[in-house]
Design a binder for this molecule. Structure first.
Ligand code: SIN
Length: 542
């Protein structure tokens, strides 16, 4: 298989980039499940941008920087905010139906979420991601230059000229739906594989979020940064039959309050912004209340808004809760925090380029510098569309560079002495131990002791998984486990390096924020895959 652009992942970043570069060459987009299986599809709240007369770019920049706890790249924040409104207009032109204000003036109805000083979240009720994904997929379907392959899983990136000055990415080995492994050679490869929420036992993420892009890019030699900053969404539905179900931050934006089992509000004890404090603060406050008082959950009370409003504004949440026996107009909603978003990721420049030539990374797998130590709500969809355009601009302006180079031949995949894995339990057990260890030892509030224990367990899992990877025929579940165990180790190592508390990273042994830690954590690979080092460096030195 040979193509101009290979894109891995079918969320907002992958589809937006595919549509833009399809004018430059042939695009092959692979996705490891069905094309709609993406975190984008589950995104409820919306996409933030400066869209009202009351709002200003500097307010959005300020809110993003405050949330990011000193680790945002200010130039990147300004650039993303400045491009935001135009990218939303592009989505509207593509056919995305954002909700408009009642009264016929045509202005967008803007939601509010934690950490935002203004109403600036364009939304499609609580189905924003699904609506964006629908419009993008429809456009992709009509585009003759884009081929989409479902149930195709990337294993590792193809790197030519390894350890020479000509080292570059030329595609990926792909496990096709029928079990064959095929090298997909490409002039330009873009990873849009989303986050890694599945590293934790409880997450709002879909099953696909196994850190594939981060792990593949790292094994290929790309720099990976700030992996300690895992965002926990404060309010996921707490119910035995509800897997991954988010109660959007927009519910708090519309007046929802957090209460304990006796109906008492508690957020003002922790932050004067109350329920609209940034996510790190709200998730930690809930965690503290639950742990100190032995509670299974807290409650989000939005009864003040009434049935008609709630049904119209939050149709998915209203109906899902109703199906589980909770009428949100009459009962507070039981909620708990759960892993939601990776703020770190593969280091990229302002055009989405990683430190490996020929390899771009977009969306949640990338660290652009926008989110710093804590992402502001609804800034992630924004980042994806802004960077899809910026990356396209690079490809357009460097067409000559991309298209003039020979695509070297590559070795066929060799399974070596591998045999069939006849005991799936070898995979499942490690998945289970990994996710529990991460939840219990590397969660919202960390201690050095627990982090060290987690490191010990994860080293064993990593070794065992690498051994299985060599000994047995490859499978999609083995690929995911291999990726997520590497990403888990990165989260632990990065958390151990940062001996302070900042943004989403809170360690009880080091509760203060320290100026000498105003820097980024960076992983760089050694000569072999087993050798790797993490160190804290000044962002300017990256
Ligand atoms: C939400 O609706 O609360 C999620 C939005 C986000 O993660 O930015």
């Amino acid at each position: 298989m040979e193509t101009d652009f290979l894109i891995i992942g079918s969320g907002i970043a992958g589809l937006s980039f595919a549509l833009r570069v399809s004018g430059l060459g042939k695009v092959v987009l692979i996705t490891k499940k069905e094309r709609v299986d993406s975190a984008t599809n589950l995104a409820q709240g919306g996409i933030a941008a400066v869209l009202s007369r009351e709002d200003k770019n500097e307010y959005h920049v300020h809110d993003t920087l405050v949330s990011g706890a000193g680790l945002c790249d200010i130039q990147v924040v300004k650039m993303v905010v400045e491009c935001g409104a135009q990218r939303i207009r592009d989505l509207i032109d593509l056919g995305v139906h954002f909700v408009r204000e009642e009264g016929g003036g045509g202005d967008l109805d803007l939601g509010r979420e934690g950490g935002h000083s203004q109403r600036r979240v364009a939304h499609a009720y609580d189905l924003t991601g699904r609506e964006i994904e629908r419009a993008l997929l429809e456009a992709v379907k009509k585009n003759p230059n884009i081929e989409v392959y479902e149930n195709f899983t990337a294993i590792d990136l193809l790197i030519s000229g390894k350890n020479t000055t000509n080292e570059r990415c030329i595609g990926a080995y792909v496990l096709e739906e029928d079990g064959k492994v095929v090298p997909y050679r490409a002039r330009w490869t873009t990873l849009c594989t989303g986050g890694c929420g599945k590293v934790y036992l409880y997450t709002s993420n879909p099953d696909i979020s196994t850190g594939d892009g981060i792990a593949m890019a790292f094994r290929a030699g790309a720099k990976v940064t700030n992996m300690e900053f895992v965002q926990f969404h404060p309010t996921c539905l707490y119910h035995p039959s509800a897997k991954n179900f988010l109660i959007s931050e927009a519910v708090r934006g519309e007046g929802g309050v957090l209460v304990d089992v006796d109906g008492n509000r508690f957020m003002h004890k922790y932050d004067q912004r109350g329920e609209l404090a940034t996510r790190d603060t709200v998730a930690r406050a809930i965690d503290k209340e639950m742990k100190e008082r032995g509670l299974d959950c807290v409650y989000l009370d939005i009864r003040s808004k009434g049935e008609d409003f709630l049904h119209k504004r939050f149709p998915t949440i209203y109906e899902r809760c109703r199906d589980l026996g909770i009428n949100i107009a009459k009962q507070p909603i039981p909620v708990v925090p759960a892993a939601h978003y990776m703020c770190g990721g593969v280091l990229v420049d302002t055009h989405g380029r990683s430190s490996v030539d020929g390899l771009m990374v977009l969306g949640e797998s990338a660290n652009t510098g926008l989110h710093g130590g804590n992402r502001l709500a609804s800034n992630s969809l924004l980042e994806a569309v802004v960077y899809a355009e910026k990356s396209y601009q690079f490809c357009r302006d460097n067409r000559e560079y991309i298209f003039s180079r020979e695509l070297p031949t590559v070795d066929e995949w060799s399974a070596g002495e591998a045999i069939d894995l006849d005991e799936e339990i070898l995979i499942n057990h490690n998945w289970d131990v990994l996710r529990r260890t991460m939840w219990n030892y590397v969660g919202i509030v960390r201690t050095t002791k627990r982090l060290l224990l987690a490191k010990q367990r994860m080293s064993e899992i990593l070794q065992e998984v690498e051994q299985h990877y060599r000994d047995y025929y490859i499978s999609a579940s083995m690929i995911e486990l291999r990726n997520i165990s590497l990403v888990a180790m990165m989260i632990i190592e990065a958390a151990l390096q940062r001996k302070e508390s900042r943004g989403l990273h809170f360690v009880t042994d080091y509760p203060d924020t320290r100026d000498d830690y105003l820097c980024w954590n960076i992983f760089a690979r050694g000569q072999t895959n087993a050798e790797w080092a993490v160190r804290l460096v000044d962002k300017r030195a990256l």
